[in-house]
Ligand binder design. Structure first.
Ligand code: SIN
Length: 494
C-alpha cells in the first residue's frame, strides 16, 4: 500500500464533510491524508443529494425557527444558531469563490427552491442533482492541492488508541492492512442505509465510523432518530424524488385517487418529513398505492434530471409516480461539539456519522450538505494543530481471504429484517426489546469472527451490527415519541 504511515490529519470519508475538513486543514497548513472506501465520487451519499443546500438569506431567525419546528423542538438551539450564522460565509467561501458551483439562477438572483417545513425559499440547487455538482468539483479541487493526498478504495477498520487518545487508524487496501498515525483523526464515514432494505444511501453506508468510535469509547447520541424520506420511486431501480418537487406544488394521492395530506397536517405535503413519511406508509398499506402527482408543475422543464430518470425506467410521470418511504438519513451519530470534537482526545467526526445537535429528532430538508460544510470547515481548522505521535501499535490480525466473498450475507439479511420490522417508521416497546435481543446476539456472532480474522466485509458487517444495536437500544430506552422515533404506544405523549 502506498499510503503514508504518518500524517497531520487523517480524514476518513469523501462526502462533503470529509472534503470540507480536508480543505480547511490544508488551508491551516496541515498535511492531510484522505482515505475513502469509495472508488468513485458517487459512492458518497453527498453525491446523491438532490434538493440542494439551504442558506441564510435575509431572515436567519425564520431559518432557525424552521429547523427547530421540523425537529419537534428537540434540536439544540446553540448548534442551530451556529449552523445558520455560518451558512452564508461557508457557502460564499467554498461553493461560490473556491469551487464556482453553477447554482440555478445567477449571482444577481439565484433560483432559491423550497422544500417541506421551510417557511421561505432558501435552497440553492443545481436542477435536482446538487450533490454531484458540488462533490465532483470539490474532489477535483482537493486533488490539485499539494498537501492533500486522496486514497480511494481504502477502508478504515479500527482506531489506534492509547490512554484515551486517538492516534490514527488501521486502514485496508486490497487486503493489506497497515496503521496510519495522525495528529488528529476525522471520521466522515456517512450513514447507515445498509441497515434497511430500502434506502436512498449508496452501497457501503455501513455505519463504520460510528462503530469504530463507539467501540473506542466515544459517546454517541440521538441514535434512535432514523429519518425516512417519504417519496422514493417504488419500482425497479428506485430513486429519490426530491422534496423540492412537492415544494413546487406536486401533491400525493393514495390508491383510491384521493389527496390525503391536507387532512393530516396544516402544511399538507410540506409538513415535516417524518409526518409525511408515516402518512405515505399508512396510505400505501391501506390503499395499495401512493402516487406523486406532478400535474401542477411543468415537470420536464422544472426537473429535467428527474424526468430523465422516469424516462429511463419507462415511468409515465403524467399518470403520477409511484412512491413509498425509504431510509434516508441518521439524525444522530457520534456526539460532537461546535468544532466537531468527539469525547475522545484528537478524534473528530463530521457529516452524517456525527451528531451536532442540529437535527434533533427530525432533520429539516437540505440542511445536511450545509451541516457537513460548516462543521467540516470548523473541524478541519481545529484538527490541524496537532503533531502525529507514532506509538507502539499492535498488529491488526491476519487477513483471511476465505471470508472476503459473501461472508455474513445471511446475517445482513437478518439484520435488515429486524430493523425494518421493529426499528423502522413505527416502533413499539415490545418490538424494540425483541430487536435489541436479536441484534445483541448477532453482534456477538460477528465479534467472535473479528477476534480471529480481518477482512473489509467483516468490518462492514461489524459496522452494521454495532450501529443497528446502538439504534435499537437508544430507541428502546426512549419512551418519548418524537419526530423520527414514533412509538405506537408511547409511555409519554407530549
Ligand atoms: C430531497 O431533495 O428531498 C432530499 C433533501 C434532503 O434530504 O435534505
Amino acid at each position: 500500500m502506498d499510503i503514508t504511515e504518518t500524517t497531520d490529519v487523517l480524514v476518513v470519508g469523501s462526502g462533503i464533510g470529509g472534503c470540507a475538513t480536508a480543505l480547511a486543514a490544508a488551508r491551516a497548513g496541515a498535511e492531510v491524508t484522505l482515505a475513502t472506501k469509495a472508488t468513485e465520487p458517487e459512492h458518497a451519499a453527498s453525491w446523491w443529494a438532490q434538493g440542494g443546500i439551504a442558506v441564510t438569506r435575509t431572515a436567519p431567525e425564520s431559518f432557525k425557527a424552521d429547523i427547530l419546528a421540523a425537529s419537534d423542538d428537540t434540536a439544540d438551539p446553540e448548534a442551530v444558531e451556529l449552523l445558520v450564522e455560518n451558512a452564508k460565509p461557508a457557502v460564499e467561501d467554498v461553493l461560490f469563490e473556491t469551487l464556482s458551483i453553477p447554482f440555478d439562477g445567477d449571482e444577481e438572483e439565484y433560483a432559491y427552491g423550497r422544500e417541506a417545513a421551510h417557511s421561505k425559499r432558501r435552497i440553492l440547487h443545481v436542477d435536482a442533482s446538487t450533490g454531484r455538482h458540488i462533490l465532483g468539483p470539490f474532489l477535483n479541487h482537493l486533488s490539485s492541492l499539494e498537501s492533500v493526498t486522496i486514497h480511494q478504495d481504502t477502508a478504515a477498520l479500527e482506531l489506534i488508541t492509547h490512554e484515551g487518545r486517538v492516534h490514527g487508524a488501521y486502514v485496508e487496501h486490497d487486503g493489506d492492512v497497515q496503521p496510519v498515525f495522525a495528529g488528529a483523526t476525522v471520521l466522515a464515514t456517512g450513514g447507515v442505509g445498509e441497515l434497511y432494505p430500502q434506502s436512498t444511501n449508496p452501497d457501503g453506508s455501513t455505519g463504520d465510523g460510528i462503530a469504530m468510535a463507539a467501540l473506542a469509547g466515544a459517546s454517541v447520541r440521538d441514535m434512535e432518530y432514523v429519518q425516512f424520506h417519504p417519496t422514493v420511486y417504488t419500482g425497479d431501480d428506485p430513486f429519490l424524488l426530491s422534496e423540492a418537487v412537492r415544494g413546487e406544488g406536486a401533491f400525493l394521492r393514495n390508491g383510491d385517487g384521493e389527496r390525503f395530506m391536507p387532512e393530516i397536517h396544516a402544511d399538507a405535503e410540506l409538513a415535516p418529513r417524518d409526518v409525511v413519511a408515516r402518512a405515505v406508509a399508512t396510505e400505501y398499506e391501506r390503499t395499495g398505492d401512493v402516487l406523486l402527482d406532478v400535474s401542477p408543475l411543468d415537470f420536464e422543464d422544472e426537473f429535467p434530471d428527474l424526468a430523465a430518470m422516469c424516462a429511463d425506467r419507462a415511468i409515465d410521470w403524467r399518470e403520477g409516480i409511484p412512491v413509498s418511504p425509504a431510509e434516508h438519513f441518521l439524525c444522530g451519530g457520534i456526539a460532537v461539539d461546535t468544532e466537531g470534537k468527539t469525547t475522545l482526545d484528537r478524534l473528530f467526526a463530521v457529516g452524517e456519522c456525527s451528531a451536532t445537535g442540529v437535527h434533533g429528532a427530525n432533520r429539516l430538508a437540505s440542511t445536511s450538505l450545509l451541516e457537513g460544510l460548516v462543521w467540516g470547515l470548523r473541524a478541519g481548522d481545529a484538527a490541524a494543530g496537532f503533531e502525529p505521535d507514532r506509538i507502539e501499535a499492535p498488529e491488526l490480525l491476519d487477513r483471511d481471504p476465505a471470508l472476503a466473498e459473501g461472508f455474513g450475507e445471511d446475517k445482513s439479511v437478518r439484520l435488515r429484517r429486524v430493523m425494518e420490522e421493529y426499528v423502522g417508521l413505527e416502533r413499539s416497546p415490545e418490538g424494540l426489546q425483541r430487536a435489541t435481543g436479536v441484534l445483541r446476539r448477532l453482534k456477538g456472532e460477528v465479534d467472535a469472527y473479528i477476534r480471529t480474522r480481518t477482512s473489509r466485509e467483516l468490518y462492514e458487517l461489524r459496522g452494521k451490527s454495532v450501529s443497528a444495536l446502538l439504534i435499537a437500544r437508544a430507541a428502546a430506552e426512549n419512551e418519548r415519541s418524537k419526530g423520527c422515533h414514533y412509538l405506537t404506544e408511547p409511555a409519554h405523549a407530549d
